[in-house]
Ligand binder design. Structure first.
Ligand code: NAP
Ligand code: F7E
Length: 330
C-alpha cells in the first residue's frame, strides 16, 4: 500500500486529492494546523480514512515529525496562504508559509532521508509543489506554457515563484524526485467563499432564494482559465507516477471573464446579472492579473491528462450546490 502525506488537507484541493488517493488504494495522512482547527470535522466527515497529524509549514520540527509518523512515498505540498487579496495585507506571513514553507518541507524530507548537504539523495520520497498560474502575472505571452517568463503581480505570486524555483533547485542539486504543477484556477463546490467564483455562486443562490438582493464585485473584466478541482488533483498524482520528475502547466486552454462567469451563473437560475451586481472599487487590487490562459499541451502529451468538466458544467455545478447549501432547512 502506497503512503502519501498532504499539507493543506483542509483546503479545496487537499480534500479532493485525499479522496482521489484513498480511492487509488493509498494510505493518506494530512497535516492539520492549530489547536482547534475548525475544519477538522469537515475533513473527518468527507474523507474519514485520512489520518490527521499535527503540524504547520512555519514549524520545521513539526514537518519532520509528520514525515517520521507517516513514512510517505509521496508528499503533496498544498498548504499555503492562498488568497491573493490577503497577500498584500499579510505579505510577510505569505512569504513565510507559501514561499519558505516549501523549502522547509524539502529540507524536512532531506533530513528524514539522512542526506548530506553535498551528496545527492536517493530519489526516495517524491515531492509535489502546488505552483500557480499567478506566477505568470502580467503575462508575457498568451497562452502560457512551461517556457513562459514569470512576472508575478502580488506577494502571493512572488512567494509561489520562490517555492517553484526552490523545488526545481532541489531536484537539480540533490537529485530529488520533485515536481511542480503550475495549475491555473480550479474551482468547485468546495472552493472557499472568498474566491470570486464561489462568491458568485453563493450570492446567486441566496438571491434566487430571496435571502439577498444584490452582490458586489471588483474587476469584472479580469480573465481566468477556470477548471474543476476534481480534474486537477488527478494531474498532481500523475506527475509523481512518471519516470522522471518535471514541471507541467495544468489548465483548460480557455479563458473567461469574471463578467461571463456572473452572466452564466445568474442565467442558470433565470436571473439577469445586471440587475443584481454592483461594482465596488474597494475590491480592486493594487496590481491586477488581467489574462491567464493555459497551454496544457505538455501535460496532455506526457501525462495523458485532459480536463473533463467544461466551463458551463462548472458554473452549473457550483450554483446547484449552493442552492442546496443555502436552502433554509426545514
Ligand atoms: P485553500 O483551499 O486556500 O487551502 C489552503 C490550505 O493551506 C488549507 O488547508 C490551510 O489550512 C493550509 N495552510 C494555511 N496556512 C498553513 C500553514 N501555516 N501550515 C500548514 N498549512 C497551512 O487552497 P486550494 O485552493 O486548496 O489550493 C491548494 C494549493 O494550490 C495552494 O498552495 C494554492 O496556493 C495552490 N493553487 C491553487 C489554485 C486554485 O485555483 N485553487 C491554483 C494554483 C495553485 P487551514 O484550513 O488550517 O487554514
Ligand atoms: O480572483 C477578480 C479578481 O480571488 C479572480 C487562487 O486560488 O487562483 C486564485 O487566485 C479574479 C481576480 O482568484 C472579485 O480581481 C473581481 O482578477 O477568485 P480570485 P485568483 O486571484 O485568480 C490562483 C491560480 C491561485 O493560485 C490562488 O491561490 O476575480 N475579482 N471581483 C474578484 N475576486 C475576488 N476574490 N472577489 C471579488 O469580489
Amino acid at each position: 500500500m502506497k503512503r502519501a502525506l498532504i499539507t493543506g488537507i483542509t483546503g479545496q484541493d487537499g480534500r479532493h486529492l485525499s479522496e482521489h488517493l484513498v480511492h487509488q488504494g493509498y494510505r493518506v495522512c494530512g497535516l492539520l494546523r492549530g489547536q482547534q482547527n475548525p475544519k477538522r470535522a469537515l475533513v473527518e466527515r468527507e474523507v474519514p480514512d485520512v489520518e490527521l497529524l499535527d503540524g504547520d509549514l512555519t514549524d520545521q520540527v513539526s514537518l519532520i515529525n509528520a514525515l517520521q509518523k507517516s513514512r510517505p512515498d509521496e508528499v503533496y505540498n498544498l498548504g499555503a496562504m492562498s488568497f491573493v487579496t490577503l497577500s498584500w495585507k499579510q505579505s510577510e506571513l505569505t512569504g513565510n508559509v507559501t514561499g519558505l514553507g516549501a523549502l522547509r518541507m524539502l529540507e524536512a524530507i532531506r533530513n528524514v532521508q539522512g542526506s548530506t548537504l553535498s551528496g545527492h539523495t536517493e530519489p526516495g520520497i517524491k515531492f509535489y509543489q502546488a505552483s500557480s498560474s499567478e506566477m505568470f502575472g502580467r503575462a508575457h505571452e498568451v497562452p502560457q506554457s512551461e517556457r513562459t517568463l514569470f512576472h508575478p503581480r502580488s506577494p502571493y505570486g512572488v512567494a509561489k515563484v520562490f517555492a517553484h524555483y526552490i523545488t526545481v533547485n532541489y531536484r537539480e542539486s540533490y537529485g530529488m524526485f520533485a515536481c511542480s504543477g503550475i495549475l491555473f484556477n480550479h474551482e468547485g463546490p468546495r472552493r472557499g467563499p472568498e474566491f470570486v467564483t464561489r462568491k458568485i455562486s453563493r450570492s446567486v443562490a441566496r438571491i434566487k432564494l430571496g435571502l439577498e438582493d444584490s452582490m458586489t464585485l471588483g474587476n469584472i473584466e479580469a480573465k481566468r482559465d477556470w477548471g474543476y478541482a476534481g480534474d486537477y488533483v488527478k494531474a498532481m498524482h500523475l506527475m509523481l507516477q512518471q519516470e522522471q520528475p518535471d514541471d507541467y502547466v495544468i489548465g483548460t486552454g480557455q479563458s473567461h471573464s469574471v463578467r461571463e462567469f456572473a452572466e452564466h451563473a445568474f442565467a442558470h437560475v433565470g436571473l439577469d446579472w445586471r440587475k443584481h451586481v454592483r461594482i465596488d472599487t474597494d475590491l480592486l487590487r493594487p496590481a491586477e492579473v488581467d489574462l491567464l490562459e493555459a497551454d496544457p499541451s505538455k501535460a496532455r502529451a506526457a501525462l495523458g491528462w485532459a480536463p473533463e468538466v467544461t466551463f458551463d458544467d462548472l458554473v452549473r455545478m457550483m450554483v446547484d450546490a449552493d442552492l442546496e447549501n443555502e436552502r433554509p432547512k426545514a
